[in-house]
Write a protein of this length. Sequence first.
Lengths: 286, 525
Amino acid sequence: MSQANDVYYVPHESRWPVYGIPGMVLLAGGFSIYLNGGSWGMPMMVIGAVITLLMTVMWFRDVVNESLAHKYNAQVDRSFRQGMAWFIFSEVMFFGAFFGALFYARVFSIPWLGGEDPATSRFLWDSVVLSWPTAGPGFLDLEFQPMGAWALPTINTLILLTSGVTLTIAHHAMKENHRSKVIWGLAATVLLGAIFMSVQSYEYVHAYQDLNLRMDTGIYGSTFFMLTGFHGVHVTIGAIALFVILIRVIKGHFTADDHFGFEAAAWYWHFVDVVWLGLYVFVYLI
Amino acid sequence: MSSTTHDAHHDHHAPPKGITRWLFTTNHKDLGILYMVFALIMFFVGGAMAMIIRVELFQPGLTLVDPHFFNQMTTMHALVMIFGALMPAFTGLANWLIPVQIGAPDMALPRINNWAFWLLPAGFTLLLLTLFLPGGAPAGGWTMYPPLILQLGDAFPFLIFAVHILGISSIMGSINIAATILNMRAPGMTLMKMPLFVWAWLITAFLIVAVMPVLAGAVTMLLTDQYFGTSFFNAAGGGDPVMFQHIFWFFGHPEVYILILPAFGIVSAIIPTFARKPLFGYSSMVYATASIAFLSFIVWGHHMFSVGMPLAGQLFFMYATMLVAVPTGVKIFNWMATMWQGSMTFETPMLFAIAFVILFTIGGLSGVMLALAPVDLQYHDTYFVVAHFHYVLVSGAIFSVFAAVYFWLPKWTGNMYDERLGKWHFWLSTISVNVLFFPQHFLGLAGMPRRIPDYALQFAEFNMISSIGGFVFGLSQLIFLWVIIKCVRGGEKASDQVWEGAKGLEWTLPSPAPYHTFERPPVVK
Ligand SMILES: [Cu+2]
């Protein structure tokens, strides 16, 4: 992104995608074999995951090195920005599918099964009373408690919102070339992310051990674990990304006007943050 | 503003040698060719499956394959043709053409471009492997409806992960295309000066990024329902199998526009060239494409009229779907107005483009019939539906790919294709595709259900006619293959402009276009 460079950088060749492809086939194929009960599924999966991970690391390493060599001009920088924005949009739509399932169950299928639609209830479960949260008409004798909103999830909301603030502080410090403040802000963000994940793990243990709330607890358990689970995966990825950025800040990779890596990770973190607010309202509160 | 630079400082105008050129390439033309070759191979794989289907249906009774294998063929034929042939063909055309049409040195994200392509063989390795697994390949229809799909054997997780990988591929490819169009245009190439193929792809890329993740979410829920005890599509747990259909078709309807919008762009390039007139109503074409894309998000329920839906829902989806005919009609009238009083010649690309306009319109009109909720109850899951979407996707989308290949092949190879063979390909394909699919309208109206290997005796004649059309259509594609091979190997040298009426940046380049083009951006006035 140095101004001296007015040419669009196109790498001469790119090895990592092709090296990573067998990894993805092994990962997906191995997982499939594992799910089908094959004994060599798991080792295949592990090998595939390792290859995929190595590919990712090497790919990013190349990009970081090219960035440090000032091969990227302002136009390349814009391509990265737009690419990241479109990617986050695709992630939003991915969560949209699960939120859609949650809304559909709550607005349509639960009331219909509970008698609002005479045909459904007459032919399936006659005169059941259903109200959210429920494990469904087939599991009425299943005893479970829903996850309360006030203790852990509220703490987690505050943690994640605070992490958004510390990240913004770090970003402003970056623009003012205030490096120690950047490091402090980023470290705090990663730490808050780790605390969030610990609380979330504790919540899962609590759900399984004390509340009898499990992934197979009907539609409530399904939507609860699917939404919070995929969110947790994204928090973990975001925290790892921010941790890598923290190391790069310490190594002095960024300047006040050249730090897209930082911003991409920050955008991702804010996206994860916003998804959580949706979760907090629709999974826990309402 | 920009030009290209490369790691290596040797003569970078020649492509590297050997297999690694293709494995590691970041060049948009190489990747475009890889995409198109992959699509061509999958076109014949999916075509072979279609031939098996038509042989089985040639006569009533179980004649060739057992019913379970027949179901595998219908399911895999759809998956292979949609995700393996059509989408990669359009993405390949986008890769080769968009940078040279907007005056860019390459695609915006060349590494992502390479990855997006190589994910396709990965996904299809997993998908085609299922043919050899216990229980066979997916057989419940490409729409993967639960609970039927949950009865699939060992192939089930392979199907899910193949869909994931193919989804990542098309999302990555589309992000790259969108970033290229929005960020890499030559100075002066404003949005409303872009060729319509570029516009069509910008909107298609938006659709892909918006709906492929939804499909990924839907199949992920199938996976967890099967193996991890969730109840998304299980009424006993408070879920609903119909919910899958809603989520699937929220993806599925935009998906059919993903398969047709680039075709609109291709036809909008070819018709003005051979009518030797500028395209009629350029800006209305752009707005029509955008309206079609918008409407595609609110019409999915027309696939589900017969599963049970509140009346208000049926009415909404019916009227919203009929609205799609308005912008589509705008396009068709614009193409006709472009040809009106033009000094037309009928080379093979133009023939395919005109056939596209006529035959796609037939498919569109049967689509309006299917949009009517009360009568759809009669048509649903009959051969009428099969006839409808094959008119749209074969004599529509695939014909546009044929047209595009004939149109740009001289630019890619530097040689003219064999016009006589091209015409043979066109006439055989166009006649046989109608013999193949037109009788299926009547079969459907008379009540013949789709996806069934046997049928009642009164359907025998029309099925035999349809099968004969199918065999001729299948064999005609060997001519297409031969034309391409022949053109790649040699032929009359093509001029830079290739076609007398051709306008646009790609025609200012030499034929064949050099490995790197527009390293210094052209000035567009
Ligand atoms: Cu539709």
